[in-house]
Design a protein around this ligand. Structure first.
Ligand code: HEM
Ligand code: ISQ
Length: 154
């Protein structure tokens, strides 16, 4: 079964609600990544020499938002075309950034878990298995495109 209108709506509507609180959302997302995989710490420039997660780092915020937005766009494309197409330039760029930072395939599961938990916590009682499934599928397909580019790169 392809990606349905309902699944697309679940992703889009929850993102519309979540983006009302970007500062909290981006911090929570990033904190969860480090909580699940403490060793990922050294890959991110936001932390520099400090152990503390910066509360108001514009780059952290922008990157975190981009991950959510791209997952959302991925949901739209899955419904429209049945596949995720990331612009060539963006994909090449993201592929090389992640290879350079030392990201490997298993890290993508960490970010997936953190993303899903961030949505779950933000949505409270609106959270559902269907919502989890829709975000998970959109993320998986986007991650597959980035991973393929990373493999081509390496
Ligand atoms: C940087 C997106 C998965 C670690 C970035 C940037 C974006 C992004 C947009 C900013 C690039 C720039 O403008 O410099 C994504 C998306 C992912 C994904 C959409 C999955 C679908 C991952 C994973 C890891 C990771 C699995 C590893 C835990 C990083 C790191 C940076 C980065 C370390 C550099 C941040 C810095 O220090 O400036 N990512 N990413 N990303 N990403 Fe990801
Ligand atoms: C970059 N790539 C994946 C996830 C991220 C979360 C927060 C900030 C930057 C990120």
């Amino acid at each position: 079964m392809g990606f349905t209108d309902k699944q697309e709506a679940l992703v889009k509507d929850s993102w519309e609600a979540m983006k009302q609180n970007i500062p909290q959302l981006s911090l929570r997302f990033f904190s969860l990544i480090l909580e699940i995989a403490p060793s990922a710490k050294s890959m991110f420039s936001f932390l520099k020499d400090s152990d503390e997660i910066p509360q108001n780092n514009p780059k952290l915020k922008a990157h975190a938002v981009k991950v959510f937005k791209m997952t959302c766009e991925s949901a739209v494309q899955l419904r429209e075309k049945g596949e995720v197409v990331v612009g060539d330039t963006t994909l090449k760029y993201l592929g090389s950034v992640h290879v350079q930072k030392g990201v490997t395939d298993p890290h993508f599961e960490v970010v997936k878990e953190a993303l899903l938990r961030t949505v779950e916590e933000s949505m409270g009682e609106k959270w559902s298995d269907e919502m989890k499934e829709a975000w998970g599928e959109a993320y998986d397909q986007l991650a597959a495109a980035i991973k393929a580019e990373m493999h081509a790169e390496a």
